[in-house]
Write a protein that binds this ligand. Sequence first.
Ligand code: 4IP
Length: 139
Amino acid sequence: KVPGFDAKRMVEFITTNLTDISEEERRKRLEKQSKENEYHRFVEGHLILKQGLIDKRKGLFARRRMFLLTEGPHLYYVDPVNKVLKGQVPWSENLRPEAKNFKIFFVHTPNRTYYLEDPNSRSEEWVKKLQEVWQRYYG
Ligand code: 4IP
């Protein structure tokens, strides 16, 4: 046992810093993104960390949107058919993701809980990435 060594904090520290990429790596990824990603024009020059189609439920109906989690952080959503930016989930220290099951996850924000459904049943990956970004900016 090493005094003062907290394994959980150490793991957190390492994973947080692994997601911190070098300036050179960021420049390369951003250049590739601007050339190859058709959603680049919606993210105000930010590097996209994760993207995917998500069904966002509001009332009775769900709308399928391309969700774009970027540095900043930002979480934009775009109508993938009409290629129109529809909005952003507001980021703050109070944002909290929660997986309900393989498909459904929530993003709690002070004024709204977003009810989201991953058609590919990878809700946990979204939650993990959102937590990772939270840790990087607010941890
Ligand atoms: C809409 O329902 C869409 O779900 C909108 O999502 C949503 O806005 C609207 O909520 C909601 O009324 P209909 O399309 O069936 O009318 P989107 O913007 O992705 O198209 P947000 O963006 O807020 O989820 P209101 O309350 O924001 O108007």
